[in-house]
Design a protein around this ligand. Structure first.
Ligand code: DLL
Length: 432
């Protein structure tokens, strides 16, 4: 089922032509309207006329989060402020915030991409979509809301949190699509079990989960506990929000809305494009954005791209599930560690719950990594030896995957703080 069949099944040749045209237009606009890009292009000795096809993108300058901060709030904008109809912003955890304005056309594109994405998961106007992503400056709530509305589905704008109410409305309104972070989906699944509700009695059929990395194993757990088919939705505020890419029923990568966002995967060290299938840093260039078009925005997300045809009939490039961030990657005693690796191991251990916390610290010059794992309450008996057996099993598995020694601590169910939005899985005390 397609929302926009001509675009979603466009031949690669036509997509190439469309992207080339749109890139030329975008470059022309930023050169004329944004001093930052004009200067950068002048420094590189290029002008808009040098961009003839999409392949010329490699001539263009990069944009980083720092550039957004340095030009906060509207220094990178390409239209007058009077054209803005909404402004999203990040909370600025690492210092100055960043802002992302949208024109009316930008919001139309946003809604179009999300409608496409929901349709790609099998959603229709018959569905009731419970939007349990946060509403506000975060793009999850309003983004999914507008897309589901465009689709013609019935939106339940409950936002994140208020778990008991989530369950009540899910039952009363016969919610068929749940949209939230995967960690909150897991939490809702648990809450459902505690309330003694059999997920099969609900009307839920589709889960649209994203905004944080999650593993295939986590997907299986969520699907079981909520009785849904789970889809991975990807996006970032700087580029748009949810709906930049979405997985389809074949679950073999996420289809990118390539007519609006041109993806590149770059070697994080050389910043040169890598071959299809190779993991690197995902970078996007806006092709149609009006308010604040960005050239080659470095997302820091690690992924790979394939252009092989997908059985669903969509012809777009597909990105692999994000496996981490180049800047979130933990380097512990010289070893690169991704929280997702730990999660995958834990989900293979039946005694472990998929709630965990990684605490990285330094003793003298030695990095330490402690993993707190929740264990089902039934294992917390007087038989210390049994617990120790579980602990050792987890430690052995983690050590062999990460190839470094990890301190494993088993904690009781519900010890680790639950999140209603993005889960915080890592505390790195080395930077405090
Ligand atoms: O998280 C937008 C979004 C909302 C996406 C709802 C999906 C669903 P930001 O808050 O700007 O925007 O955070 C963007 O979150 O660069 C990734 O690191 C991470 N991220 C987003 N989606 C996924 C995903 C929203 N499906 C940052 N898998 C991105 C892994 C994801 N990481």
């Amino acid at each position: 089922m397609y929302w926009n069949e001509p675009i979603e099944t466009l031949s690669r040749d036509h997509m190439h032509a469309l992207q080339s045209e749109r890139l030329k237009d975008t470059v022309g606009r930023v050169y004329q309207n944004v001093e930052f890009y004009r200067k950068k292009m002048q420094e590189l000795g290029i002008e808009p006329g040098d961009i003839k096809t999409i392949e010329d993108i490699v001539k263009l300058p990069f944009t980083t989060k720092k550039d957004l901060r340095d030009n906060y709030p509207f220094g990178l904008c390409s239209v007058p402020k009077s054209e803005f109809v909404r402004i999203h912003a990040s909370s600025g955890t690492t210092g100055k915030p960043t802002s992302v304005p949208h024109t009316r056309k930008d919001l139309d594109t946003f809604a179009e991409c999300v409608a496409r994405a929901i349709c790609c998961t099998g959603g229709t106007k018959e569905d009731v979509v419970q939007v349990a992503y946060g509403y506000g400056l975060f793009t999850g709530g309003l983004g999914i809301h507008d897309g589901a509305t465009k689709l013609g589905a019935a939106v339940v704008p409950i936002s994140g949190g208020n778990t008991r109410n989530q369950l009540t409305l899910m039952q009363d309104f016969e919610t068929s699509i749940l949209a939230c972070t995967p960690s909150y989906a897991l939490f809702l699944g648990e809450a459902l079990a505690e309330a003694g509700v059999d997920p099969k009695q609900l009307n839920l059929r589709i889960g649209i989960f994203g905004a944080e990395p999650w593993s295939q194993e986590m997907r299986t757990k969520i699907e079981e506990s909520l009785n849904v088919t789970a889809y991975d939705i990807y996006g970032l505020s700087e580029i748009m929000g949810p709906g930049v890419a979405i997985s389809c029923e074949n679950q073999n990568g996420l289809h990118i809305a390539e007519d609006h966002f041109y993806p590149e995967i770059l070697d994080p060290d050389t910043l040169k494009p890598v071959a299809d299938g190779t993991i690197g840093e995902l970078t996007f260039t806006h092709l149609t954005k009006e308010a604040m078009p960005l050239l080659r925005y470095r997302t820091r997300d690690l992924s790979s791209i394939t252009h092989t045809p997908c059985e669903c009939g969509r012809t777009s490039a597909r990105m692999s599930k994000v496996c981490g961030r180049s800047d979130d990657m933990l380097i512990i005693r010289g070893v690169n560690v991704f929280p997702s690796q730990i999660e995958s191991v834990l989900l293979e251990v039946p005694e472990a719950k998929p709630h965990y916390l990684i605490i990285v610290d330094r003793q003298g010059t030695m990095d330490t990594i402690e993993l707190q794992v929740e264990i089902d309450d039934k294992y917390f008996t007087d038989e210390i030896a049994d617990l120790e057996k579980i602990r050792k099993k987890i430690k052995q598995k983690i050590d062999s995957v990460l190839r470094i020694g990890v301190i494993v601590k088993l904690v009781e169910h519900k010890t680790i703080q639950r999140s209603e939005g993005k889960a915080k899985r890592v505390i790195d005390r080395r930077h405090i």
